[in-house]
Design a protein around this ligand. Sequence first.
Ligand code: UD1
Length: 425
Amino acid sequence: MSSIKVVGGEQLKGELKIQGSKNAALPIIAATVLNKGITILRNCPKILDVFHMINILEELGCTTNWEGNTLYVDSSVITTPSVSEDSVRKMRSSILFLGALLGRCHEVTIAYPGGCSIGKRPIDYHLNAMKKMNVTEEFLGDGDIIHCYTDKIIGNDIFLEFPSVGATQNVILASVLSEGRTRIFNAAREPEVTELCNYLQEAGARICGKGTSYIEVEGVKELHDVAFTLMPDRIVAGTYMTAIAATYGDAVLTDFPIRELDSVIRVLRKTGCKIETLDDNVRVYCKKRLQPVEIIKTQPYPGFPTDMQSQMMTVLCLSNGESTIVEKIFESRYQNVDELRKMGAKIDLEASENKAIITGVEQLNGAVVKSHDLRGGAALVIAGLAAEGTTVVQGATSIERGYEDICRDLAALGANIRYCSESAS
Ligand code: UD1
């Protein structure tokens, strides 16, 4: 397993293009099985999670090919509707093949995804919705393999208890080739759900209401070949914005999803960080000591994203006062706190309310810390950039799940950063 070594103290400067979106790529890769033909995905990020999804496509009988950041998928032939247990364990998003394979094959066998480091993450909303769409489910083995089947998927009204991103996407995937109409109430409004709808519409699906909490899908007989360009990754963009702020840098991020990051831009501005927007480019700079933010609550879109909570916590650790974060989406997303404390951060947790109270310090200090999850790991890299001395972030593989090459990107902005093997660190 590799580590990332950062020598802190460099202010980030220069220009950087934002990679394609992970959370848009994953459901769209699953969706390619709905088309008995060729799909071309441009601006597809070369990250571990995408590679895992491609492995699943190949297990199912599809063929894939890369040309630069363009991914070609040929899903003319599916040889099995089963996703191996090993693949599901590697990656929770493989559950998106539930709706996609039901749509294509009317059958799917998939392991029950376990919890993960940021929380329990059940799939009850996904399964309840499938049952309402004429899908029968049975549990195999010790109950951790799900076999779902139907003679035909029939559209229905789906009321989601919470606007779950994955459940909304799975219902859309299952309903695109169904009989009749599906109406999703309390649907997730995340831009990556909209992007899945954009892709499916270009492939011939009939969908209304994307980007709102009420989505309607009218089933069609088949989809057709499509070439689609993926949106930029709003969380990678947000991560690099916070990295520039934490180092009091001055840099331009291009191909930046401004509208989709509005909530993060507004919070960063409260810290005193300056953000200038021009078309799809954003200049971020920070000349004065960062200011605290009274309270940040993570929320479904368009609220402040849980996937930016850890990176913002690092910024607030360096501010001139007390800030509060309340994590409302995942129950175990404060694993970075102990790591940041090793670097001199002052953070109190009120576990019963999932609240973190951060008292800013003048300076963080380099330390050996461990990445527990993708965004938490990126947040520790940011802490290392801002800290005095050397920081080693162990468990960098978790960061490679979502960032094409975080060292390449930050080094391009002047950071002193590189991958190293765990033993060499
Ligand atoms: C997606 C994103 C992830 C992001 C999250 C919230 C992808 C690949 N991942 O994850 O980066 O952090 O949205 O914006 O797009 N829940 C249930 N039952 C269910 C489904 C969800 O109780 O059947 C709960 C979850 O435990 C969690 C909340 O609903 O507390 C939100 O989860 P959800 O929106 O489904 O997240 P994911 O789709 O897994």
